[in-house]
Structures are given as C-alpha cells and as structure tokens.
Ligand binder design. Structure first.
Ligand code: DGL
Length: 273
C-alpha cells in the first residue's frame, strides 16, 4: 500500500551517478512508450564506484528528494553501486510515498531462474563488488551456484569518455575478462549500468560460449510490473522526457546520445547548492 494516492500521468524518476543509467532509461522508454521520464545523473559526484557507502547514501537521499519534488510516481535507482549501497536508505527516506526499484534484484531474479547456470561471473565497480551484494543474493536464492566477482574499475570511466568498440576498449576488456577469477564461468552479469555499451565486445570475447546478462531490460520489465500492480501505468502519451545532471559539460551531452539512443538535452539541476 502506498502512503499517498498517485496519478497515472505522473513521471517515472530515474537516477544514476552519471549517464550509465540512460541505458536503463532507454529500455524503460522502449517498453513503456507512453511514460514521461525524469532522469537525474549525478555527474558532480561521478564515479560512485570509488566513493564510501556513507557518501553514496547521502547523494542518493538528496536525489530521491529531487525526484519526489518533480512529482515522480516511482523512483528507479538505475545504478548498481547506488542500488548495492543505498537501496534500503532510499526506501526508508521515501517512506512508502512511491515505490522504489533497484537494478540488482530484477537481474538476480532473472538469472537464478535459469537452472542451467552453475558458475556466474559478476563484473562491476569496486563499491558494488566490495558490497558482495550479487554473490549474497544469488547464493540465497540458489545455494548450489558458484559466484565469482571481479571489480573492473576502469570500465565505467572508459565508457563515459566514449572509449568503446575501439582498440583501447578491447584491450582493457580482454585484460579483465582473461583474469583467473573468471576462467570457469558459464555466465556473466554486466553489473554496472554503463556496461550495455560494451556488451557486444564482451560477447565477441566469449564467442557465444557463455550467457551474458545486463540490467536494462530486466529492470524495465520490473518497472512495468510495479506500475501495473499499483494501477499507475500511463494511459495517454506523457509529456516530453526531462534529463538533469548535477554538473553540466558539453561532452556529457554528446556521450549521452550513445546511452539513450537519441539526441537529448541535458539541463543542470544545482541540487548541491
Ligand atoms: N553506473 C554505475 C553502476 O551501475 C557505475 C558508475 C560509477 O562508478 O559511478 O554501478
């Protein structure tokens, strides 16, 4: 039960440390084309993957407050690092006013349904790997499954800088994926919302030998289910999407196109002043 009556025409709030969450926003926009999205990328504090849990929680609460002020009917934490460290904190802060959706649970639910998987690899930021959230959740649901997690801290910054599908990105990806830890995996979770942009390169590395999962579509499906459950799915085409970042640079606006698949205008929201 939600604390307050919400309306179907209110927007969906989505946030990430930067523009990685646009891969999730893109999947939501595709699955639910009538919905208006309000996106917030905390580019002033990017990357979250190297920050302390207390800092990440502090940032997430303020962003959740911003999205509530924007009248959002649901908040999607489109960042693995923030989901791993601040999901409970955001839920407590929101206090049942709107549903809060993370990116970890939807993909874990999908992966553990596949009974053929025996050894799952996880690549993510340092903070997500340190939290051990994927191994804990997967093992809780499927005790027999082995989980090998590897921090891949260069990947998010590399992608933000537009380095993918080129020689440099291939070298870095190959170096990480060749590590002993990932030698025996039969599947791999790309546990960072930046990584869908390198999914093709990861697939090329494994040449179809293992299954590769990312958060985007699983999260979009969960958003649809949660909105349907609360009878909050938009019935008419909503207003134009809005994209906010906490620190504006022109280059972010250009890179954002790769993440959202169409031209978008980023507006600076000075929520830290
Ligand atoms: N997009 C964030 C995630 O899914 C990672 C980027 C960062 O370190 O801020 O974990």
């Amino acid at each position: 039960m939600l604390a307050k009556k919400l309306q179907t025409n209110q927007p969906i709030g989505i946030f990430d440390s930067g523009i990685g969450g646009l891969t999730v926003a893109n999947a939501i926009a595709k699955a639910l084309p009538k919905e208006q999205l309000i996106y917030f990328g905390d580019t002033a504090h990017l990357p979250y993957g190297d920050k302390s849990p207390d800092s990440i929680k502090y940032y997430c609460i303020r962003i959740a407050q911003f999205l509530l002020e924007q009248n959002c009917k649901v908040i999607v934490i489109a960042c693995n690092t923030a989901s791993a460290l601040a999901y409970e904190t955001v839920k407590d802060f929101v206090g049942g006013k709107v549903p809060v959706i993370d990116v970890v649970n939807p993909i874990v639910d999908e992966v553990v349904k596949d009974a053929t998987l025996k050894h799952i690899g996880v690549i993510a930021t340092k903070a997500t790997i340190k939290s051990d959230i994927y191994a804990k959740k997967i093992k809780h649901a499927a005790k027999h499954v082995e989980v090998s997690s590897l921090a891949t801290p260069l990947l998010a910054s590399m992608i933000e800088e537009g380095f993918f599908n080129n020689k440099i990105s291939r070298t870095i990806i190959h170096d990480y994926l060749s590590r002993a830890k990932l030698k025996k995996i039969d599947s791999l979770i790309l546990a960072c919302t930046h990584y869908p942009l390198i999914k093709k390169e990861v697939e090329e590395f494994y040449k179809g030998k293992i299954k590769i999962f990312d958060n985007a579509e699983a999260v979009a499906k969960t958003v649809a289910q949660v909105l349907a459950k609360h009878k909050l799915l938009a019935v008419k085409k909503g207003a134009t999407h809005k994209f906010y970042i906490s620190d504006y640079t022109k280059s972010f606006e250009e890179t954002s196109r790769n993440f959202f698949k169409s031209k978008i205008k980023l507006t600076q929201a000075a929520i830290w002043k």
